[in-house]
Structures are given as structure tokens and as C-alpha cells.
Design a protein around this ligand. Structure first.
Ligand SMILES: [Fe+2]
Length: 282
């Protein structure tokens, strides 16, 4: 239209139309620019949200790693505190804690041999170390007496089972709970002649029936103020003799299997017993 008006020399109309055309172009240009800016803005916002999500993910991963690290530290700390408690249990006997460690390891090995739940076996490895913790209450005059104990002294010695259970009672920590059961029952005997409760057979918790074999074997083969160290042969012979009396037969059989794997030459000791007539179980 502007062109037609110009050709007709109607310059004012031509100018008006030309300006109207420019305004229209301007509007179209602005609308296009707005759209591009909006598209860019959305793209920018999307990218921003994506980056925020990535930062959050990294922070969460970082926090998770931190929490994992702290939990591990706490577990290590608990384990160390537990081990030091176990050493305390034996401190006056040998001051090294080696007996408790060996009893724990042998108990776990017997439990594995008996196909007990493997997590429980590993708990027993630690819990068994606390079996004598109640000895902290037994006077040195009795605990370290070189000769045999009088009846009265033996009664006091027996209390290390109940005192140990008391020390470890009321814990919410499964390891300590198991330790309390072990401390209370590791001197019970299969035939009911043990202490403190005189329980017999399967009435004795399994952990007690296992730890007693490991404890007696290790005590026999160790030197103490009141006795020399027995040889492996002598100690194995004693354990087999007490099978079905002091000790649960199945636990003794598992123990024998372990000892023979460690010391195949001890087979003769086992064979000597298998040729003997069967003993009545008490
Ligand atoms: Fe004991």
C-alpha cells in the first residue's frame, strides 16, 4: 500500500503505511525474540535443576560415605573396647589375654564344625573371650593359689560364673548377651555335676557346652601357677575320656575332627579310645 501511495504521489499516506509496516515488523521481531529468550530461559532452568540434582546426589553420596566411615570407626572402637574387656578377664592369670583368644578361636572352630549358623559362630569367637570375666571378683589368694583349693575357697571360685553373668547382664548388644550366657554356663557338665546350676544335657545352652571343651583343653595344655602344661596327647586323651560325662559327645567329636586336622599324628590317641568298650553316658 505504501508503494502504491508513493506512486500516486500521496506521500503522507505512503509514509503512514510505511511506518505501520515497520511497527508490524518490530512486533513480529519482538515476539520472535521473546520466544527465543523464553526457550533459552527454559533450557537454562532445566540445566540449573539438573545441576542442583547432581550436587544433591554428590552431597548425599559424600554423606553416605561419611556415615559409613563413622559407623565403621564406631564398630572398630566397640571391638577394641570389647577386646580390652576380654584381656581384663584374664589379666591376673596370664596378663596377655592369649588364653581367652585361643578359647574364643577354638570355640568358633568347634561351632563351625557343628554347622551352627556362621554369624553366631563368629559372635561366639568374641563372646567366649569373656567366659572368665567374673574372676575379677575372686581374691588373688584363691585365684593364684598354687595348691588345691579348700571346699570354701572352691565355693568362692565358683562365683566367677554368676558374677561374670551379672557384669554382662542387661546389655542390648548381642555379643555381650552371648558373653553373659557363656560366662554363666561354661562350667556346667553334660552329666549335671557342674556349676553353678547343675544343668545337664541340652538344658545347658549350646554355647556353654562348646566353650567348656575349648576352655578345658586350653587350660590343660597351658602352664599355670598350680600345674605344669599337659601335652596335646594327654589333654586330648582327657577330653575323650570325659566324652558323655563332662562334655557333650557331639561337641567332643567336632573337637576331635579339628585336632586331628591340626595334628594328624594324634590319631593314635583317638584310635586307642575307639578300641575301648563303650562307656555308659552319665
Ligand atoms: Fe571359668
Amino acid at each position: 500500500l505504501a508503494k502504491v501511495y508513493r506512486e500516486l504521489s500521496r506521500f503522507e499516506e505512503a509514509l503512514n503505511h510505511q511506518e505501520a509496516r515497520f511497527d508490524l515488523h518490530q512486533d513480529l521481531f519482538n515476539q520472535g525474540t521473546d520466544l527465543r529468550i523464553k526457550t533459552l530461559q527454559i533450557a537454562h532452568d532445566t540445566e540449573h535443576v539438573r545441576q542442583q540434582a547432581e550436587i544433591l546426589r554428590l552431597r548425599t553420596t559424600e554423606l553416605e560415605a561419611l556415615v559409613r566411615g563413622r559407623t565403621h570407626e564406631l564398630e572398630e572402637y566397640q571391638l577394641e573396647a570389647f577386646q580390652r574387656l576380654a584381656v581384663l578377664a584374664e589379666f591376673r592369670d596370664t596378663d596377655t589375654g592369649e588364653h581367652t583368644i585361643r578359647v574364643g578361636d577354638l570355640s568358633a572352630e568347634i561351632a563351625h564344625e557343628l554347622h551352627e549358623d556362621s554369624e553366631w559362630c563368629e559372635q561366639l569367637r568374641m563372646a567366649a573371650r569373656l567366659h572368665d570375666i567374673g574372676k575379677v571378683s575372686v581374691p588373688d589368694a584363691i585365684l593364684l593359689k598354687p595348691g588345691p583349693l579348700t571346699t570354701e575357697e572352691f565355693e568362692i571360685m565358683k562365683t566367677h560364673t554368676t558374677v561374670g553373668a551379672q557384669i554382662l547382664s542387661g546389655s542390648t548388644y548381642p555379643l555381650i548377651q552371648l558373653g553373659a550366657i557363656v560366662a554363666l554356663n561354661h562350667h556346667e557338665r553334660w552329666d549335671g555335676t557342674g556349676y553353678p546350676s547343675g544343668l545337664s544335657g541340652v538344658n545347658i545352652p549350646r554355647c556353654g557346652r562348646i566353650v567348656t571343651v575349648a576352655d578345658v583343653f586350653d587350660a590343660l595344655t597351658s602352664e599355670r601357677v598350680y600345674k605344669r602344661a599337659w601335652s596335646q596327647e594327654e589333654a586330648l586323651d582327657f577330653i575323650i575320656s570325659a566324652r558323655g560325662h563332662q562334655f557333650e559327645p557331639e561337641v567332643v567329636d567336632a573337637f576331635i575332627a579339628i585336632i586331628l586336622r591340626r595334628h594328624p599324628h594324634l590319631r593314635a590317641v583317638v584310635d586307642a579310645h575307639s578300641t575301648m568298650p563303650a562307656r555308659p553316658h552319665g
